[in-house]
Design a binder for this molecule. Sequence first.
Ligand code: NAP
Ligand code: GDP
Length: 324
Amino acid sequence: MTKKVALITGINGQTGSYMAELLLHKGYEVHGVLRRSSYPNTQRIDSIFDPESRKYLHYGDLSEGIDHLLIDIKPDEVYNFAAMSHVRISFDIPVYTLDINAVGVCRILEGIRKICPHTKYYQASSSEIFGSTPPPQNEDSKFHPVSPYGIAKQAGFFLTKCYRNGYNIFACNGILMNHESPRRGVNFVTRKITRLACMIKLNMIKEITLGNLDAKRDWGFAGDYVKAIYLIMQHDKPDDFVVSTGEAHTVREFAEEVFKYLRLDLYKYLKTDDICKRPLEVNALLGDSTKIRETLGWKPKIGFKELIAMMVESDLMLVAEGKV
Ligand code: NAP
Ligand code: GDP
């Protein structure tokens, strides 16, 4: 049997790297899109793409689209994880965020429509599109995004639906709540806390500064969430699904649990500063993922405390070795 071919944008990001591992494990030929960088940016995928197999990694940028790769690779499935993915930074660079996270989606979908209309498309949508809508949020909840990031992701969501309904393209949205892992970017709150707490434990720094401690998030494990994405893409029809654990905690609770795990008193080290806050905040995200659980049989394996243990153990090693 010929191998299925997948093309992943954002393959060197947190979730793209887990997706690549899962698809390789399932026997896919996996290609990835990388932005040119002045410094190595493939740490998260170095273990799965050795220098010899680099023919599967291709330069590309959502600012110009990936038509050249659709033509050359003719993928069966495209997974679009590429994005300016940081909500607070989206307030600093809103125009760029809209270009990559919204117009970039249109560039890929137009490419698929013109070049390979039978290619399936996955859009990494986000629970940020719910914005100020109170929890729990599911597929029927109103979208009230409050950040340039959320607004751009809402456009990406509707573009994906538009190409599905208008052109019969197998295009799906995964509306994923926050997902974390030892590979999470260091400026997202979970990884910021685990990394800095480990540095405090190893006497390298003396304090940690955070913003809003009362925001609630539904934090899951990225490794569980790529399994949901795979199921969404193998379903018999294209559709949109909320993916979540169904359990929410405050930033304060996350930090308390991390410091407790390390046998440290959080309040001896914690400072807050408005500089870590956003002009507008999403107060509470808590997903109702009944639809994907009942339709596709997905459920997460890793709970809140296991996620924290996994991230702290990894950061203890990386910090001690001077790798982060
Ligand atoms: P991430 O670690 O920040 O990865 C983002 C990826 O996008 C990186 O590979 C990055 O490449 C790439 N990228 C950024 N701008 C690009 C551009 N102009 N052209 C091509 N590639 C570009 O984020 P993640 O956590 O893996 O999230 C993956 C996707 O899911 C994103 O679309 C994010 O918005 C969405 N999402 C994430 C969460 C979450 O909690 N993690 C929740 C809902 C939705 P560089 O390494 O070169 O920067
Ligand atoms: P987001 O949910 O995609 O915005 O993911 P983040 O991890 O960036 O932020 C999650 C929540 O933590 C938001 O409500 C932030 O306002 C809050 N938060 C509090 N302090 C910080 C901080 O120092 N950095 C970040 N990134 N978020 C913080």
